[in-house]
Structures are given as structure tokens and as C-alpha cells.
Design a protein around this ligand. Sequence first.
Ligand code: CDP
Ligand code: MG
Length: 616
Amino acid sequence: MKGTRTEEEQEALALSQAELKKQSMQEVRRSLPIFPYREDLLAAIHEHQILVIEGETGSGKTTQIPQYLLEDGYTQGGMKIGCTQPRRVAAMSVAARVAQEMSVKLGNEVGYSIRFEDCTSERTVLKYMTDGMLLREFLTEPDLASYSVIIIDEAHERTLHTDILFGLIKDIARFRSDLKVLVASATLDTERFSCFFDDAPVFRIPGRRFPVDIFYTKAPEADYLEACVVSVLQIHVTQSPGDILVFLTGQEEIEACCELLQERCRRLGSKIAELLVLPIYANLPSDMQAKIFNPTPPGARKVVVATNIAETSLTIDGIIYVIDPGFCKQKSYNARTGMESLIVTPCSRASANQRAGRAGRVAAGKCFRLYTAWAFKHEMEESTVPEIQRTNLGNVVLLLKSLGINDLIHFDFMDPPPHETLVLALEQLYALGALNHLGELTKLGRRMAELPVDPMLSKMILASEQYKCSEEVLTIAAMLSVNNSIFYRPKDKVVHADNARMNFVVPGGDHLVLLNVLEIRYFYHTARLSKGGYKTVKHQQTVYVHPNSSLFEEQPRWLIYHELVFTTKEFMRQVCLLRLGWLLEVAPHYYKSKELEDSSSKKMPRKQGKTKEELG
Ligand code: CDP
Ligand code: MG
């Protein structure tokens, strides 16, 4: 019999449904490996100021510990619990999950803060944030007085910002005896953390791991992308139910892999069961990211194609099969030349083992390594080198200087950065006018530190005031701040994408804008045309214009570039043309006219161009 429900009945039904959902959520929370240790953990936190917490990925460290602390009264009086994440995606998705578990609206009691996006409010007491954001909070609140607990999560990732936080937080913990510090990590490196934090005790959460069978290839794979696609389809048609997780190195590869998989599934049509292909990487829109957590419908199989974000930061339930080609994209930095490279390199054995572990969370699983057992033993490093030892430190040095830490050489680093990298960062900041010749922060430097962007961009933004072009400069800075190009270039539409990009090209260069913009900034990174390529002015290094640049064909004599990136060659990315006289005008303390002289430059008109009209 079909009846119509009164409004009250409908309301009651909705309420009871919400109650059911809440109950089942509580059941899920109680089923996590961390739950039996709740009381012991809280007691240990009560007893010790600094505690290292080690637990298998997926045991509930990130989502549960802040809730336990809240339930235990750590947010009384409006105090906050902060939890850092090295990755933006993780901060967002974990906060969303916790808000859901607590049945509150994201941004109220539970929020997140990542660069350029603050999803918190006055009411927020559980705050998830990127490690970089907490670092910036030191600028406004050097003793983190509004926090009762700081959780440095995913500590084993050893990102640059996490490493700096270690030093700063260890320092403030000395005079803030009421502050609790928790260092949470996957099952890696915990003894080192304990040692760094004056022998802080390690609380171990025993994992529930099912066995994972590991398979290697007999010979090296020539094309690991293709090998991934084939392996996924093989698993799909031959293996029992269970979802698949594939590790690739970045957006481009992931998109290519997903397209290939979809294309082959289309061709096979109804001959195979449904295969849901889902990508996950940092720049994926958040609604698409959320999809990977949806349960797989009966009869279908899910394949998640991920970067190493799925190694330890995110846990996707239901994974039984892992495909690991054994690569990751890694930053490296040459302090002598100032060249930052992003290269696909073999991942470490520690990473490979974390990846394999993802297959054994819900049942016995299988991990297919697309490399040989020999390569695993002999070609992979034991563990990943911390980021602080392979990146440009300009940003961090500026921040530390503005926190009043002048003696960087003796800063309490867990692993100190190479000496040359520190020196180069100081030199760069001096060139930009952020430091004076004694290495002290200038007024300009202080203002630069307030902007959460690369020092070269902050200098450009601040200098634009003087040249009355702030609006344009902000647009450019925004575009240069996104990690990837703003131009989307899907594999099957390369020609269309390139044509579309050509529509935006204006004479002058990639910054698509005014000459006056150029002359105030990018002077630190300059290059001159020389046989077959370019030479950087300061270091005489051979470099090339990136083929994606609008100046690739034109090859002007002098250039400013935004960054040097090594992919297949030493490429300058985001370049624009430069007139010689500008360098001496804006950076006379840095460039000697002798450095800029050569046979070709003598013929150049020494014109002091500044106006928009000159572009035409
Ligand atoms: O931090 P840890 O790796 O120890 O685990 P977690 O991130 O707290 O995740 C605990 C559990 O929460 C996972 O096993 C998932 O079942 C669930 N979870 C989820 O469903 N969706 C998320 N966005 C995050 C976690
Ligand atoms: Mg976690």
C-alpha cells in the first residue's frame, strides 16, 4: 500500500536515516586498528610532551588522533589542534572525511588550510593544513599560542617544510610546556625522529596487514606505461574481485594511462566486466578527487591511477592489487648552477615496500612490480633523500630570516642542507634586495616574506607598485605560481591545444605582458643567445628555450627566464625578451657592465624601454 507521508513523518525518517549513518560511521571508526589503543595513546600523550607515533598506513592516525584529542578535552577554551600534511589533496580530503565522521559542516569545527584556500572559521578547532601553511603561521604567531597540540603528520615524507617545522617546533616546545607535539609517521624512520626530539618515546600501533605476494618481471620493461595498461587488463580478466592501484609519476602519465585504459575497454566492450578508471593527482579538481573513495558497484572493478600520494597519504579501501612500475618524479637541485630538475627516477626500496603494502589492507593481495628482482636489490636506493638536500632554499631562508633566525648554519636541522645551497639562497636574496650585504633582512625582505610565493615573484609583485602595473603583475604571478602550465594539453588533442595557445601569444614573450613588468623582475635569471642555445649570464651555463614557449622560434638575443628545468635538456621555462640596459638600471649592485659586454651586445641599442607601446 502506498501512502503519502506527512511532513513530520518525512522529517523523522530523515533524522533516523542520519542517525543510522552516524552510527555506522561510529562503527567504522571503532573498527580501525588504532581504536583498541585509544586509551593507551591518550595516556602516553598526557604523560609526554613529545611523542612519536608509528602506524601502518590506513590504521587511523590522521583521521582519529585529532578526534580522540578533541574528545579528551584538548580543545577546551577554544584551543586548536593542528595537523600538518605534506600534500594539499590529503589535507582537504582528510578534513572532509573527519567532518563527515563528526557530522559537522566542513569549515566549521573541522577545517583545512592550504595555500590560497582557507576553509576554516572562528569555530574551527581541528585544523588540517599543509606543512607550508603552518610554517607561515609562525610569522603571525611565533609561539603557536592558539594551539594545544601540533601533529606533524606523514613525517617520514621528509618534505622541506616538514623538516623546517621539526626545528622550529622543537624550539618552541622548550618554553611552551603546555604544548603537545605528536610526530606521526608510517612505519619508517621512527627511531630517527625519536632521536632528533631528545629521545621522545615511540608509540607503535600494530598494523593489521594481510600477506602480499610480490611478482617481478623477468626482464626490464621498455615502456612501463604500456606495461601498466596491459597488467591492469590482465588482472581484470584473470583475477578474482578486488580493486587495482597503479603508481605513476605525474599528471601527464596518469592521463595517458587512463585514456589508454578507457580506449581499450571501449574496444573490448561487453566482453569484459565494467572497469572504472579513476585518476588521482594533486592538480585534479576536488570533486574528481573525491570519486576515488566511492565504493565500487557490484560486478565492476575499480582501478585508481595515482601518483605517490597514494603511497601513505591517502588510503583507498578495497585495493587488492598494486601495480608498481618503480618510478617517481623527483626534484633535484644543483646549487652551483641554480638548476632545479624534475626527473623521473627509480623510487626507493622503502617507497616500493609502502606501495606493495597498499595491497594487503583488506585481504591477502598481490603486488606486480614492473621491474626485475635484481633491479630492486641493486638499482634502487634504500630510502629517499630528504627534500631539504635537493631543493632551492630561497623561500625558506627568507622565512627563517624573518622569524629572526639569522644563523642558519647552526639551525637545528635533522639533516642539514648542502652548504652551497644555503649560500646560493643567500646570494639570490641579496641580489633581489631582500638581504643587505651583512645578510640581514631589509625592509623589502620583510615585506617579501609576507607573500606566500617564491622570492622572485614577491619581489616582482612589490616592485610593480612603483611601476604602476600591479594588476598585470599579479595576474602573471598567479599564473607562474601554479605548478603546471595553465595550458591544458591532452595527448589526443595536442594540435588543437597548441593552436589554441597560439591565440594568446603576443610579441615579447611568455609572460604575455608588458615590458615594464619584465624589467623589474626576472633580472636575476638572465641568458644570452650563444651558439645553438643560450648561456646564463651569471654562471655561463648552456640552456635552451622550452619548445612550448612562444619565443621558441624567435630566439631573441637576451632573455629573462622564470625557471630552469631539466627534462630532456636544460630548458628555460616562461621566458621573455630583455633589453640590456635594464639590467644595469635595476640591478647595478648585481651586474657589472663588463659581465654584459660581448661582441653582439655592443651592437645592441642601449635603449631604456619602459612603455607598453614598445611591445607593438
Ligand atoms: O593516517 P592513517 O594512514 O593511519 O589512516 P587514516 O588516513 O586516518 O585513514 C583511516 C581510514 O579512514 C582509512 O582506512 C579509510 O577507511 C578511511 N578514510 C576514508 O574513507 N576517506 C578518507 N578521505 C580518509 C580516510
Ligand atoms: Mg595518515
